[in-house]
Design a protein. Sequence first.
Length: 132
Amino acid sequence: MSHVANVMISVEPDDRPAAEELSQWLQTSALRRGFGPGAVGWVGSLRETTGSGTRWGGGKHPECDVYAGALNHADLAGLVAHVERIVWAHPEFVQLFVMDQEQVYFRVWMFHGTRLRQFAPEGREEEVWPHG
């Protein structure tokens, strides 16, 4: 049985190598949810969605660098902790968007000093669907 999470990360151009490194970690060494304590391995990858020739609608190219992927069995707390440990050239501009399988909107994480802080509130689903 799978457990899917949608993940996007927006970075400055100088941080593209760090985003690629994050994608490599997801393919080889990420913590895996539901496989026992300390289980690591492939949970997916992130692909750049804003390269040259990309158009999202309208006549212009995106003016941001966004990587996205649908991850399977990813330990999301471990993902956030790993993103926090990466040495970013411009951490103040890193935006991590995480939407777990049972969630209907992205949780947004940004650096506040050296720590990632979640800016989107938890539990909005429960406000709309209080009984599951």
